[in-house]
Design a protein around this ligand. Structure first.
Ligand SMILES: CC(C)(COP(=O)(O)OP(=O)(O)OC[C@H]1O[C@@H](n2cnc3c(N)ncnc32)[C@H](O)[C@@H]1OP(=O)(O)O)[C@@H](O)C(=O)NCCC(=O)NCCS
Length: 165
């Protein structure tokens, strides 16, 4: 369901679950990301989204695999995606990931989208979201702390975030 949210600076964004026809929007949005943002999200840098990644990212059933997109209603441009995936055989835990386009970072979109994702996860019986984040990713760590996440050390410059819902 589509809904509008207002950021602290007064800008309005729209948030809605992604649907299969959004694949092109996703690919275009990825093309616009800086190398830093791509690396922070995927821990690797590729020039374009490989086809099998697109298939995986668009494999959404709104229950075990959800992806919420944020957009700029003024332009129709995609400005971020937050998703969770509940691995097969898992009941109450899912892994989350989030990307906000560079121009929109630091304006509260990530916070707004994560709150929506947490609501969607709760509604589908998920009680814990976890995520892997680079230990040097200060914006994501600040956002995670504000959301009440626990930060657990992991390996190779990565930390493990745990968000009890
Ligand atoms: C991490 C990310 C999702 C945060 O989304 P965002 O929309 O930029 O975050 P918000 O504007 O909601 O702000 C979240 C917090 O980060 C803080 N912040 C923003 N930029 C920051 C920076 N450069 N350094 C430190 N803190 C920063 C904000 O002040 C805010 O903290 P507060 O809530 O205590 O005020 C976004 O920056 C992003 O897409 N980064 C690249 C991909 C990524 O790292 N994904 C996470 C791994 S899955």
């Amino acid at each position: 369901m589509r809904r509008l949210a207002r950021l602290k600076d007064g800008s309005e964004i729209e948030i809605r679950p992604l649907e299969p026809q959004d694949a092109e929007l996703l690919v275009h949005g990825f093309d616009e990301l800086s190398v830093r943002t791509r690396y922070e999200r995927f821990f690797t840098v590729v020039p374009t989204l490989p086809h099998h990644w697109v298939e995986d990212l668009m494999d959404i059933d709104h229950r075990d695999r959800e992806a919420l997109g944020a957009g700029d209603p003024a332009t129709g441009q995609g400005i971020g995606v937050a998703r969770y995936v509940r691995p097969p055989g898992t009941t109450e835990e899912a892994e989350f990931a989030i990307t906000i386009t560079d121009d929109w970072q630091g304006r509260g979109v990530g916070h707004t989208l994560m709150l929506e994702l947490m609501d969607a996860a709760r509604a589908n019986g998920i009680t814990r979201l976890t995520g892997e984040v680079l230990a040097a990713n200060d914006p994501m760590l600040a956002l995670a702390k504000r959301l009440g996440a626990r930060v657990e050390p992991s390996d190779g410059g990565v930390v493990h975030l745990v968000l009890d819902l």
